[in-house]
Structure formats: structure tokens, C-alpha cells
Design a protein around this ligand. Structure first.
Ligand SMILES: Cc1ncc(COP(=O)(O)O)c(C=O)c1O
Length: 395
């Protein structure tokens, strides 16, 4: 039988990147004690208050159809939140609610790019971005993010990759997997470039509320001169420890939202009102769990850096936000994949190979910061022993 070409473009993109995670889970299921650092689920349960709101809402009959934009109460709450946070009025016609950042990004890219277009994207990047761009038919144009520049996207690197086909500059701040947070001056400079070349700016801000001490969040939405070309995507998945509820949104120009609306209606015919109700509550006040996660993840990043930076040739890249930390294992002479694969087999520690996040992270590892401190301390000992054994064998 014949299939649409999108299935060819996406074939192998999702599963292959997570092969090590799947292998670690299979070993766990077979009874092995694996310390798992592969994925980034919040380390606390969804706050009970949110679950109770959803239950009460369901019981009160909020189980009918919604609409393609989102429940009016939630849309108004998001408009108020973004107006307050970004310091300028943002109206309900600039908001669209969809199930989770992943769906939001899918819909945004579907609205902005198609075959023949190019999407400029930092490399390394979050593992689903390649597929998100490929589904539109557009080409992903990687812009290398350099560790010595804190993995923050540099204007000169973007400019060098711009062509007449460039359509979207895809940002992610705070960034997964590097934990980099763009500064206002980065965004201002990237924004000037976007204006010069008439690019859309798409910013995935799902880790906005998980900034480590000493760093401040900035968004392209802060810059009125970028308003007509900026769309941001976000959700309650990370900030409110609620990934299973699948509740996200985008903020962008009213015309963009009007264009997106029929796509949303075609895809979904609206989201669940009881999930909108809990989200409305969640976004109307500071998250009860985000600050605690940021504090714990920052502390755990310190533990890992102190235990491993400079040990056995390893270098630790300290994140500024989010749920992950990177370790550079290039001095061992192994690829991230080989290091991670042998670490799993020999030391029962599961980490993601950097290669799963793009060529820019070859020879690196990504660890989530969501395990308890004692498991992290134990894992650092095993990682150090593994690196030492590799270097000993090579000597
Ligand atoms: C950078 C980034 N964007 C989007 C997502 C997906 O978020 P959501 O659960 O809101 O779809 C993740 C999840 O890990 C992520 O790290």
C-alpha cells in the first residue's frame, strides 16, 4: 500500500534516539538495579490541589466539547499572566491552547513552514525537534551551539546559515539538553537578525519557571519590536509537575492565532474543559513546585560537577536551568553512544548519549537531575570508575 511521504520523513526519528533508554527499562523490568538518568520527569507528583480541581470540574459536568482556541477562563488567565510577566498588554486573541508543548510546536511549525522552507535550529537540540520540522516538509538547518559560549546561540553562527529560504528561527530557552538561558542581549541581537531577514521567531519556553539561582529568564515576547514575528510555546508539564495532563499553549500575534485556529479545530475540535480548569488555576499563581525543583536540580548539578569535573578527563557543563546536566567524555576517546552503552552494561547507570541531541553533542552525555541525591552520588562514583577504566585500558 502507498503511504504519505511524511511517514518516510519521520521514520526512525523517534525510537532510534531513545534506544539506550528502552534498553535500560528492559534491564530494569528484568530485575536489574539500574540508576536511571535518561528522561526528565518532574521528581515530585502533580500537586493534589490540581487533581482535585480536575475531579471537581469533571463531577460538575465540565466534560462537554470545548472550542479550538481554549476555554475562555483559561485563555483570559494566560492573557493576564503574559501581560504581567512580559510587561505589555497581551490579549486573549493572542493565545491558543493545545495539548502540551509538543502539540503546540507541531501546530506552530505547520502554520509557519512547508516544503522548500528552512528552519534554523540550534544544535544540540531537544530530541523531537528534528521530527517536528521534518513533518512540515521544511529542512532543519543546524546552527552549532558552542560549549565555550555557554551553548547560547550566536548571531554570527545564525547569519552564516541564512539563505533566501530561511523562514523560522527556532529558539529554546531555557534549553534542553544544555540548560542554557538566553540573555536579553542575545535575544535583542537575534531579533535584529530576524527582522533583517524577515524570519519568524519561535521560542520553546517550557522550562521558563525552572531557572537556577543567579540567572534571569528573558523572552522574545519582552521586545515589542519583535511582537509581530514572535510565537512562544509553553505548558504546565514541567513547571507544575503535570506532564500527563497534556496542557499547553502558545502566545503570538492575533493574525497568527487566527491562522492557527482552523488547524487546531481540524486536529482536535477542542481540548478537555476540566483540564482547562485545572490549568487556569495553575497559571494564575506561582507554581507550588517549580522553585523547589529548580533548587534541587541546581544543587544536584553542583554535586555532579564537584564529583566529576576534571576527573578521568571528564568535563561537566553546569546548566543554568531545567532538568539536565551535560558531561563531556571526549577525552576518553569514546563516542557518547559507546560510553553510555558500556556504562549501562558494566556500571548499571543509564544516561543519554549526546548524539541523540544532534551532531553538536557528539562525545557528550546528558543526565537528568531528577534522581535523589544518594543515587546521584553513587552514580558519580560509577561514572568516574568507568572513565578511569577506559583511560587505564587505553594507556
Ligand atoms: C525542550 C522541550 N520542549 C517540549 C517538551 C515537551 O513538553 P510537553 O510535555 O509540554 O509536550 C519537552 C519535554 O521534555 C522539552 O524538554
Amino acid at each position: 500500500m502507498k503511504y504519505a511521504s511524511v511517514t518516510d520523513r519521520l521514520a526512525g526519528l523517534a525510537g532510534a534516539k531513545w534506544a539506550l533508554h528502552a534498553r535500560a527499562r528492559a534491564m530494569k523490568a528484568a530485575g536489574e538495579d539500574i540508576i536511571e538518568f535518561t528522561i526528565g520527569e518532574p521528581d515530585v507528583p502533580t500537586p493534589t490541589a490540581f487533581i482535585e480541581i480536575a475531579q471537581r470540574s469533571m463531577a460538575s459536568g465540565r466534560t462537554g466539547y470545548s472550542n479550538g482556541r481554549g476555554e475562555p477562563g483559561l485563555v483570559a488567565a494566560l492573557a493576564a499572566r503574559y501581560s504581567a510577566r512580559r510587561g505589555r498588554p497581551i490579549g486573549p486573541d493572542q493565545i491558543m491552547c493545545l495539548p502540551g508543548t509538543q502539540t503546540v510546536l507541531y501546530a506552530i511549525l505547520r502554520t509557519l513552514a512547508e516544503t522548500g522552507d528552512e528552519v534554523l535550529i540550534g544544535d544540540p537540540m531537544y530530541a523531537t525537534y528534528e521530527g517536528l520540522i521534518a513533518q512540515t516538509g521544511a529542512t532543519a538547518v543546524p546552527v552549532t551551539l558552542h560549549p565555550e559560549k555557554g551553548f547560547r546561540m550566536q548571531v554570527a553562527d545564525v547569519e552564516a546559515r541564512i539563505t533566501p529560504r530561511s523562514r523560522v528561527l527556532f529558539l529554546n530557552t531555557p534549553h534542553n539538553p544544555t540548560g542554557a538561558v538566553l540573555r536579553p542581549e542575545d535575544i535583542r541581537a537575534l531579533g535584529e537578525l530576524a527582522r533583517k531577514h524577515d524570519l519568524w521567531i519561535l521560542s520553546d519556553e517550557v522550562y521558563e519557571d525552572m531557572i537556577f539561582p543567579g540567572v534571569s529568564f528573558a523572552s522574545p515576547l519582552d521586545f515589542p519590536e519583535l511582537a509581530e514575528r514572535t510565537v512562544i510555546a509553553c505548558s504546565i508539564s514541567k513547571s507544575h509537575a503535570a506532564p500527563g495532563f497534556r496542557s499547553g499553549w502558545c502566545v503570538g500575534p492575533a493574525e497568527f492565532c487566527a491562522r492557527l485556529l482552523p488547524l487546531s479545530e481540524t486536529m482536535l475540535f477542542g481540548s478537555q474543559p476540566f483540564i482547562a480548569d485545572l490549568t487556569e488555576f495553575a497559571v494564575s499563581e506561582p507554581s507550588p513546585v517549580a522553585a523547589g525543583m529548580a533548587e534541587r536540580f541546581s544543587r544536584r548539578a553542583d554535586i555532579i560537577a564537584q564529583a566529576l569535573d576534571g576527573v578521568g578527563g571528564l568535563r561537566v557543563h553546569r546548566p543554568e536551568a531545567g532538568m539536565f546536566i551535560l558531561i563531556d567524555v571526549r577525552a576518553t576517546g569514546l563516542s557518547g553512544e559507546t560510553f553510555a552503552g558500556t556504562l549501562l552494561d558494566q556500571q548499571k547507570v543509564a544516561v543519554m548519549p549526546g548524539e541523540s541531541f544532534g551532531a553538536g553533542l557528539s562525545g557528550w552525555l546528558r543526565l537528568s537531575l531528577t534522581q535523589p541525591d544518594d543515587r546521584i552520588i553513587e552514580a558519580t562514583k560509577r561514572i568516574a570508575a568507568h572513565a578511569a577504566a577506559i583511560l587505564g585500558n587505553a594507556a
